[in-house]
Design a protein around this ligand. Structure first.
Ligand code: ZN
Length: 502
């Protein structure tokens, strides 16, 4: 046993203790905390954040990491973990402590302002804190910019190592070229798809029961996870044995809730599947795209397939006989895969989803590359929605106020969702060659899917890069052509013929 590496893991555990406290407070703020708690909780988060900063920049810890950088006895995964940690320390070190604490306090306050602004549908209530957040993020990115890169590249790299604007412009260019014609095909074909039943009122108490069942069915271990409720569904975790997901119930949106639960379960299954030895390695070292690939694969490629619902649809009909008694499995599948031009990202279909991401990517590029004024962002948002998706934004609640990310200061995060889709398609095709996904799903054995993903992805957590995981699992590095192929096959089948979607 390498003693130095063990001391390193011990220090990571101390950091994990603070991060768990953060996760718990964050979870609480979104689910149960009283609205009056915001200010003082934010102050405490500022204190905790200062402690994390002290631990991260502890001279002994830094020296230990430096020494381990040169240790030839480390395994490949250990070396990779040390490399990432050294980078993280460098990035934290670059930020003055007062900025670090300011960020935590501002995040908490701006989250509260955003919630209020969204509720009242009034961008002006969020604008002062958003402007402050943008300025703070610019200041932090300037501190962290080691080699004179554009500021937005500095932010992007923190969520998705190696994905620069140059790489993303090419990726989004390809996707846009392919999606726009498919979305036109969808617009013409939608009248052949029945959707009336999706708006029926499905009692929430029954939905809760079914959502719990389906989360467990896809592989979520509910002894080590809970399902809560929040305005914006999310996954967080104290550690791999306490993972928390949320969902949002509305009687007339049964499908949205179901697929959102499957999505968050995909995130949580990933977190539950890490190697025990690295249980306290911070989640921040995981590629966000890789994380999203797991949730989106479960939600879309598995969860919306006809094979997945073959054993489950009779159960759904038994749970909701009045609501689904006159709906066939084929009608259900076609309805939940229907693509359309809409306003809300989290409710968007699989096909148009990446266009919603592209709007945000362009907005963020303008903020960070061109100093675009924050007060004009709703206007820019509306222009881009018209250009990319062809819809008019009627108000801020359905426009720029819809997402939590800017309130949380998460600029640079959105592209990970799109990258995640592409990673998922690449992984899915390799998995299908090995285990015949459709067959195992039809037979009601989703545990085969979980086992494959566990061995190839989950167990590595944040230890390996996206390209390394993809190379080992699929034989090649990241390549979006698999995603394009998947979308073309799926949506041409859905709209060109009346055959069920695979
Ligand atoms: Zn997600």
């Amino acid at each position: 046993m390498n003693e130095k590496f063990e001391s390193f893991l011990k220090h990571q555990k101390r950091l994990a203790a603070y991060n768990a406290a953060f996760a718990l407070l964050g979870w609480d703020e979104e689910t149960l905390a009283p609205s009056g708690a915001t200010e003082k909780t934010a102050e405490l988060e500022g204190v905790l954040s200062g402690e994390v900063y002290t631990l991260q920049t502890d001279p002994e810890y830094k020296a230990l990491v430096k020494e381990l950088m040169k240790d030839p006895a480390l395994s490949e995964d250990e070396r990779e973990l040390i490399r990432k940690t050294e980078k993280e320390i460098r990035l934290t070190d670059a930020i003055p402590k007062e900025l670090y604490e300011k960020e935590a306090v501002l995040t908490s306050k701006s989250m509260a302002a955003w919630q209020e602004a969204k509720k009242k549908n009034e961008y002006a209530l969020f604008l002062p804190l958003l402007s402050e957040m943008i300025e703070l993020k610019k200041e932090i990115a300037k501190c962290q910019n080691e080699d004179g890169r554009p500021l937005y590249d500095v932010l992007l790299d923190q969520y998705e190592e190696g994905f620069t604007m140059e790489r993303l412009d090419a990726f989004f260019g390809l996707i846009r070229k392919e999606i726009v014609p498919l979305l036109k095909l969808a617009k013409n074909g939608n009248k052949r798809i029945r959707t009336d039943f999706l708006g029926r009122r499905f009692p929430v108490s029954k939905q809760k029961k079914f959502n719990r069942m389906i989360a467990e069915y896809v592989g979520l271990d509910l002894n080590r996870a809970v399902i809560g409720e929040s305005e914006h569904p999310f996954t967080t975790g104290l550690h791999m044995d306490d993972v928390r997901i949320t969902t949002k119930y509305r009687p007339e949106m049964v499908a949205d809730t179901l697929f959102s639960t499957i999505h968050e379960s995909g995130h949580a299954i990933f977190e539950q599947g890490h190697d025990e030895r690295y249980a306290f390695v911070p989640a921040s070292s995981i590629s966000m795209g890789l994380h999203e690939s797991q949730s989106r694969m479960y939600e879309n490629m598995i969860g919306r397939s006809e094979a997945f619902w073959t054993p489950l649809y009779p159960k759904l009909c038994r749970a909701f006989p009045a609501e689904l008694g006159d709906v066939t499995l084929t009608e259900w599948i076609r309805a939940v895969n229907r693509a359309d031009a809409t306003l809300i990202r989290t409710e968007a279909d699989e096909l148009s989803y990446c266009l919603h991401i592209m709007v945000r990517y362009e907005v963020e590029k303008k903020i960070f590359n061109e100093n675009y004024p924050a007060e004009d962002l709703p206007k820019l948002w509306a222009e881009l929605y018209r250009e990319y998706i062809g819809v008019d934004v009627p108000d801020d609640r359905q426009g720029i106020l819809q997402d939590v990310h800017y309130a949380g200061g998460m600029f640079g995060y959105f592209p990970s969702y799109a990258i995640g889709n592409a990673i998922a398609a690449q992984l899915y095709q390799a998995m299908d060659r090995e285990i015949n996904v459709e067959k195992v799903l039809r037979e009601g054995r989703p545990e085969k899917v979980k086992a494959w993903l566990h061995d190839k992805v989950h167990v590595y957590g944040g230890l390996r890069t996206v390209d390394r995981i993809l190379k080992d699992a699929t034989g090649e590095p990241f390549d979006p052509k698999h995603y394009v192929k998947y979308l073309k096959q799926k949506f041409k089948a859905l709209y060109k013929t009346d055959a069920p979607v695979k």
